[in-house]
Write a protein that binds this ligand. Structure first.
Ligand SMILES: N[C@@H](CCC(=O)N[C@@H](CS)C(=O)NCC(=O)O)C(=O)O
Length: 198
């Protein structure tokens, strides 16, 4: 049994979406987290090393960091076919996008939010306009980031774009709008919303 450590309105919501896509057996444990506005506090019940969400326990095994959890779960439930496995030609692109999501996309947005220039040649990421140029070009070629194949990377990216689209952080484009709609129209997303609302 998988336990998802979850806080409402946080990065853990999209793992309810992923677990629904995978048709995995899981339970949700709602925990408190520190919020950007100073509210909330670290919850001793949360095994994440920094008290963040998401984290999962799979029969006592702790997995944390969104991209790692996505890879772990899609590997564990390969029948759902939303995470190309070793030997699939899309495995390389899949793990690259997962790492890119955590290591480049998110830091790029944080840099922009903090109005910090990205020191090219020093930082391991690039500025958000360069990221979104790449993402829009990828999505112009296929309905999903891996082309024809929907994957857990679309859950991470699509739900994030849905949150920030139209804000100063994320320029609205027709391609991105259609992509977000495609991702959020999935029945698993509706099931996840219902499950999250209890
Ligand atoms: N790199 C982590 C980020 C997790 C994260 O920062 N989660 C936020 C909620 S969206 C959190 O738990 N914040 C509470 C804190 O920073 O203590 C991941 O992708 O899983």
């Amino acid at each position: 049994m998988i336990t998802l450590f979850h806080a409402p309105r946080s990065r853990s919501s999209r793992f309810i979406f992923l677990l629904e896509e995978l048709r995995a057996p899981y339970e949700i444990k709602t925990v408190n987290i520190r919020r950007g506005d100073g509210s909330g506090m670290r919850d001793e019940a949360n095994p994440h090393p920094h008290g963040k969400t998401p984290a999962i326990l799979d029969d006592g095994v702790l997995v944390f960091e969104s991209s790692a959890i996505a890879l772990y779960l899609t590997d564990k439930f390969p029948k759902a076919e939303i995470g190309p496995v070793v030997g699939d030609p899309l495995r390389g692109p899949y793990v690259s996008w997962l790492a890119y999501y955590s290591g480049v996309m998110e830091p790029a947005w944080v840099s922009q939010f903090l109005k910090q220039e990205v020191p090219r040649g020093t930082a391991g990421w690039v500025n958000s306009s360069e990221v979104m140029e790449f993402v829009n070009a990828a999505l112009a070629k296929g309905p999903y980031l891996l082309g024809e194949r929907f994957s857990a990377v679309d859950i991470l990216a699509g739900t994030t774009f849905a949150l920030f689209m139209g804000s100063p952080l994320l320029a609205r484009t027709d391609i991105l709008e259609a992509y977000v709609k495609r991702v959020l129209d999935r029945p698993a997303y509706a099931r996840a919303q219902k499950r999250e609302q209890g």
